[in-house]
Design a binder for this molecule. Structure first.
Ligand code: SF4
Length: 378
């Protein structure tokens, strides 16, 4: 029996656009986004949250601009942050123009709901003049009335038609610097809509399952929906939508991409669920370790296993491995090889030290490589 290469994901070929200095689509890494939930007019709170998202690794951050006070605040927010900012606009074409003029990297809007063709033209001009790209953001919950009447209910065809109608409005203005999303809270609906849209155009796609729920349910729904799409090569930028701290969305987004080998940022932790054979408290060790290793951005793999049943086998593939051994004597592996034993010590402190050391080594090797790669290249 011969199996096809089972890890290969062939990404759909999409056009590339820029969101500030971040490329989206084409062969650019799949980017991870989140959205602030502060009052945008509260500049200090919004800047603080964007900075938290930057530290968590966000590639792009979206900020709602529902009123003039928000677009005015955007002008003050942008110089304080480095990550490209997408202004989220609904209905008000003036807000879109103000956001573009304030320096937003991208406008998320629906050209179909900002009014006349003349208004669309003005928004496109402001975007073009200010190097601002766009996202056509179609949502099953806010489909145009004509489409709902035509199709009877939100369905993949309606979402795709809405997206392509909006794309046509921008194409008519000779504007193609945009990506598209067709989100729904129903996993089947969202996946079918994205699959159809992926075939119907070559624009980069922002994928997500909208209003997915709280931390646990939202993570599961998003992983199922986005997992299917990403595995099929669909998706150039992602947002995990959670009723939770936006910082969680970034962590879940990266974990999702890591699990499919599409992005390699930070520590990929392999750990066992623990059982009666465990030789140390695996669950507590992993809990604290995850917190203490959150600052590592270097792509690397670490295993933490309770005993020798599966520990040595997992450690072979890791940069740093740890396997519980009898009588409080545990085995540490470096680069897949048994390296030293650890007895009666603080396991977490010891592992954090080793991982930091290994991360510095990997970074130095990457920097010394002929093409000067760094983990930022991912
Ligand atoms: Fe249990 Fe050992 Fe397997 Fe962990 S590695 S689940 S402790 S048998």
């Amino acid at each position: 029996m011969s199996l096809r290469p089972y890890r290969d994901i062939h990404r759909r070929k999409s056009r590339q656009i820029m969101v500030g200095d971040v490329a989206v689509g084409g062969d650019a890494p799949i980017t991870v986004q989140s959205m602030t939930n502060t009052l945008t007019s509260d500049v200090a709170a919004t800047v603080a949250q964007i900075r938290q998202l930057e530290v968590a690794g966000a590639d792009i951050v979206r900020v709602s601009c529902p009123d003039e006070a928000s677009t005015a605040a955007l002008k003050e927010i942008l110089p304080e942050v480095t990550v490209p900012i997408v202004a989220d606009i609904h209905f008000h074409y003036r807000r879109a123009i103000e956001a573009a003029e304030a320096g937003a990297a991208c406008l998320r809007l629906n050209p179909g709901n900002i009014g006349s063709r003349e208004r669309v033209r003005e928004v496109v001009k402001a975007a073009r003049d200010n190097n601002c790209s766009m996202r056509i953001g179609v949502n099953a919950g806010s489909l145009e009335r004509e489409l709902l009447e035509k199709y009877g209910e939100p369905c993949p065809e309606a979402l795709i038609e809405s997206a392509l109608n909006s794309a046509k409005l921008l194409e008519d203005e000779d504007f193609r610097e945009f990506k598209i999303s067709v989100k729904a809270s129903d996993v089947f609906l969202a996946v079918a809509a994205y699959q159809g849209l992926a075939e119907a155009c070559d624009y980069p796609l922002h994928i997500g399952i909208t209003e997915a729920g709280g931390l646990r349910t939202g993570t599961v729904k998003s992983s199922v929906g986005m997992g299917m799409l990403l595995w099929a090569g669909i998706g150039d930028t992602i947002r995990v939508s959670l009723s939770a701290d936006p910082v969680e969305e970034i962590g879940v987004g990266f974990d999702l991409l890591k699990s499919l080998g599409l992005r390699h940022r930070g520590v990929n932790l392999i750990s066992c669920p623990s059982c009666a054979r465990q030789q140390f408290d695996v669950i507590e060790t992993v809990r604290v370790l995850e917190e203490r290793l959150a600052h590592i951005t270097t792509p690397m793999t670490v295993s933490v296993m309770g005993c020798v049943v599966n520990g040595p086998g997992e450690a072979v593939q890791t940069d740093v491995g740890f396997t519980g051994g009898g009588r409080g004597t545990h085995q540490v592996y470096i680069a897949g090889q048994p390296h030293h034993r650890l007895k009666d010590a603080d396991i977490v402190d010891h592992l954090v030290g080793l991982v930091e050391e290994k991360a510095a080594e990997i970074e130095a090797d990457l920097a010394a490589a002929p093409d000067g790669l760094s983990s930022a290249a991912e």
